[in-house]
Design a protein around this ligand. Structure first.
Ligand SMILES: [Zn+2]
Length: 187
């Protein structure tokens, strides 16, 4: 799957749109991105995860772990395709932990999966959990990397799509100056 085909999967499901948007932060942007909109289509999710796994090469995990909530769908599908267990870490008192009896055995080969990273903080929390359990991290697989190369880990990182949207304070927004109508997606 080439970059155009990948972008098409996101665009066709309205997960990725170009235009003039007011983000929840109040900033204006030329791009709207909501990963859940592509993940609502299981067939698209299957194709995207397949392409992501292909990028990672010979990785063969025993277990795939994702941070809840955003990573769960991707982690489950990636686990399914690898024939591995698929577990998730979830927030408890502000930090990610393993609950529900999920475990990682020392020496197990682990892939970390996430839908989108911006600063990579949640993935780093999962890295710390896996390391604390003695798991061997083989790769970090993310559908979309929005960090602009800023998110770095001590393990190989593979992403399907790298996007760096431009954002502006409303008063400095060139799209406002052009008189483009402003959209409020997701509201
Ligand atoms: Zn604007």
């Amino acid at each position: 799957m080439d970059t155009a085909a990948i972008t098409d999967e996101f665009a066709a499901s309205q997960a990725l749109r170009e235009g003039h948007f007011e983000l929840r932060s109040g900033l204006h942007s030329n791009q709207f991105f909501q990963c859940a909109l592509v993940l609502q289509h299981p067939a698209r999710t299957t194709r995207l995860c397949q392409a992501l796994i292909a990028k990672a090469g010979t990785v063969q995990p025993d277990v795939v772990i994702a941070p809840a909530l955003g990573g769960v769908t991707v982690g489950y599908e990636i686990g399914r395709q690898y024939g591995a267990r698929a577990i998730f870490a979830e927030k408890q008192e502000g930090r990610l932990v393993l609950r529900r009896g999920f475990t990682i055995t020392p020496g197990e080969r682990v892939v970390i999966a996430e839908d989108v990273i911006t600063r990579g903080g949640r993935v780093q929390e999962v890295v710390d959990i896996v390391t604390a359990h003695g798991g061997q991290i083989e790769a970090i697989l993310v559908l979309v990397n929005r960090s602009g190369g800023q998110a770095r880990f001590d393990h190989p990182l593979y992403s399907l799509l790298e996007i760096t949207p431009q954002t502006w304070e409303p008063a400095e927004c060139p799209l406002c100056r052009q008189g483009l109508p402003l959209e409020h997606p997701g509201s």
